[in-house]
Write a protein that binds this ligand. Structure first.
Ligand SMILES: *Cc1c(COP(=O)(O)O)cnc(C)c1O
Length: 420
């Protein structure tokens, strides 16, 4: 047998489930918005709650918290959460060494300084001891990320934030519906931010939301995402503009459209069932892979429900010296499924380039603090180099899909020498 990458027969050529999968009622919901005369929260009252407001209520309920502020993207949600918490110019925010670039670029976007701390090599989430070591007198906040299929060590991180009087913000962009000791991801800090981007487990193409238990914080986030305006408790007369102007805070327009909100209402109804299906498939795959000598991503103690945004496989030590990108390409070729190395450490990522934008050029002192070359993250870099991942949609098909994935990994292990 030869690797498919080198011209051999692949393990599988059949197609995989596509993503996103529209809920059956999504088309009708979108058509209703089209005809409604209200395509944005910044529009006239038409005699009913906006879809945006309805989704906010349902998503807050889903998470067991008081308030939800929808936003145009996960990036926008992180930015309104940071700014509503009072994070700004020159403040240091501790972020994990591995995440999607937006976890750190949003810190820069509010003129604060991301300080990278190492991740735990088993969960790929922020290491509490490393976070503690990164605290300085300028530290104001910690952003914790629940990455791929893990929940971060929230017991230790919550205690750490409390001990040092730091704001804890959860980047739950990949963890809609995950549960830690009875609490949903996104409800364990001052605010939680979600992405509803195309790839995410709950999606409307592009969208986001920030949640919090604190009504004052929610109001500030709402104004920050609608140019300083918010929705009133009581609606105005029919066909008059609904948002009220207060002038309390200068915001930006980062609002979610009514089309996106309508889609999210429909898709939210399928989230639990899809999360469950992915978890069942993932458990079967974990077992098969363990038999083949492959470890998979661990999650923190206290995790009661994992959600799988990505399934993560560790390359065993016998792969040392083999480029993870080559290993990923070999598995992809066996399965006709995109398999990739996990995100690189953020400071080493080609997407993280603060020096490429004039807006971050705030003087010599600031330039030195945000210089990505000053961050050394050997643990995160090593972890990034030995884990592969594939998208959660591959867990939404048949049990035999999991067997194919395991077979491809087994073949990779047997032929690793061919990868040089
Ligand atoms: C997707 C993602 C974001 C950003 O969300 P967008 O909707 O793409 O702006 C932030 N953090 C993490 C961990 C993500 O996965």
């Amino acid at each position: 047998m030869t690797l498919a990458l080198h011209g051999g027969d692949p393990v599988r050529t059949a197609s995989w489930p596509i993503w996103p999968q529209p809920a059956p009622e999504a088309g009708r919901q979108l058509a209703d918005v089209l005809a409604s005369g209200r395509w944005s929260i910044s529009g006239p009252y038409r005699g009913a709650d906006t879809r945006e407001r309805t989704f906010a209520r349902r998503f807050a309920e889903y998470n067991g918290t008081g308030h939800c502020v929808p936003a145009a993207s996960g990036t926008a949600a992180l930015m309104i959460a940071l700014e509503a918490c009072g994070i700004g110019a020159g403040d240091e925010v501790i972020v994990p060494g591995i995440s999607w670039v937006a976890t750190a670029s949003t810190v820069l976007a509010v003129n604060a300084v991301p300080v990278f701390a190492e991740v735990d090599p088993d969960t790929l989430c922020l290491d509490p001891a490393a976070a503690e070591a990164a605290i300085t007198p300028a530290t104001r906040a910690i952003i914790v990320v629940h990455l791929y299929s893990a929940l971060a060590d929230m017991d230790a991180l919550r205690a750490l934030a409390r001990r040092h009087d730091l704001t804890l913000i959860e980047d739950a962009a990949q963890a809609h519906g995950a549960v830690h000791r009875g609490a949903k991801a996104g409800t364990m800090g001052r605010a939680g931010a979600f992405s509803m981007h195309h790839t995410k487990v709950l999606t409307c193409g592009e969208g986001g939301a920030a949640i919090t238990a604190d009504p004052q914080l929610a109001l500030r986030m709402a104004e920050l995402r609608a140019d300083g305006r918010h929705q009133p408790e009581q609606p105005p007369p029919l066909n008059e503009m609904e948002l009220v102007t207060t002038g309390t805070v200068m915001g930006s327009n980062r609002a979610l459209s009514e089309f996106h909100a309508a889609l999210l209402i429909a898709q939210l109804g399928r989230l639990d069932q899809q999360n469950e299906q992915r978890a069942v498939q993932a458990a079967a795959l974990e077992k098969s892979l363990a038999d083949l000598g492959f470890a998979t991503q661990r999650t923190s103690e206290g995790t009661e429900r994992r959600t799988y945004f990505g399934f993560v496989i560790r390359l065993p030590e016998e792969f040392d010296g083999i480029d993870s990108a080559a290993a990923a390409a070999a598995v992809s070729a066996e399965l006709s499924l995109p398999v990739k190395p996990v995100y690189p450490a953020i400071p080493a990522s080609p997407l993280y380039r603060p020096d490429s934008r004039r807006r971050f050029d705030l003087g010599d002192r600031h330039r030195g603090r945000i210089d990505r070359a000053r961050h050394r993250l050997p643990v995160s870099e090593r972890a990034a180099a030995r884990h592969l991942t594939f998208h959660h949609s591959a867990l939404l098909g048949e049990r035999s899909d999991v067997d194919d994935i395991a077979a491809a990994l087994g073949k990779l292990r047997d032929h690793r020498a061919d990868l040089g």
